[in-house]
Design a protein around this ligand. Structure first.
Ligand code: GSH
Length: 166
């Protein structure tokens, strides 16, 4: 079965899946997509590649999948990656899932806002940083090890931090 990975390394979720593929030595055919140049916005791309017109996504022969978290879960099962990446046991797996779901609307969104303000909008990035800190007044899920996860989940967390911080 041929696994094709479509990504743009300027995209945070693309980098997370890329790191996951590389660290687990999963063989794949890389297909870079230049999002900045709108390569993904053509009708042909929508029909042939991804109806959502976002990266990352995979084609595993005739199976197409979008959403970085869904892709990581699929790859973990399909390629039987080491248990420490995505535990099979129900509760440790739920802890990793908890972090993966939490990350989207917290770390990732917060960092995306920060960088948007820093480089694009007229708003002071420091104001955004303060808003984010206020929002994180709640207990952040920064280290799944404290929540009963394992070393593996820490690796997923690290990959997500890399993706979120750049
Ligand atoms: N929740 C999705 C997010 C996908 C996403 O928003 N991708 C962005 C790049 S980070 C994209 O392709 N944007 C292109 C566009 O919206 O035109 C995931 O985790 O895969």
């Amino acid at each position: 079965m041929v696994l094709k990975y479509y990504y743009d390394l300027l995209s945070q979720p693309s980098r997370a899946v890329y790191i996951f593929l590389k660290m687990n030595k999963i063989p794949f055919e890389p297909v870079p997509v230049k999002v900045g140049e709108g390569e993904h916005l053509t009708e042909e791309f929508r029909e042939k590649h991804s109806k959502f017109q976002k990266v990352p996504f995979i084609h595993h022969d005739d199976f197409r999948l979008t959403e970085s978290v869904a892709i990581v879960r699929y790859l973990a099962r399909e390629y039987q990656v080491k248990e420490h990446w995505y535990p099979k046991e129900v509760r440790p797996q739920a802890r990793v899932d908890e972090y993966l779901e939490w990350n989207h609307l917290n770390i990732r969104l917060g960092c995306a806002k920060y960088f948007f303000d820093k480089f694009k909008s007229g708003r002071k990035a420091a104001d955004t940083a303060r808003d984010i800190n206020d929002a994180f007044g709640q207990e952040p899920l920064t280290d799944v090890r404290h929540n009963g996860g394992s070393r593996n989940s820490a690796a997923v967390t690290r990959a997500l931090k890399i993706k979120s911080a750049t």
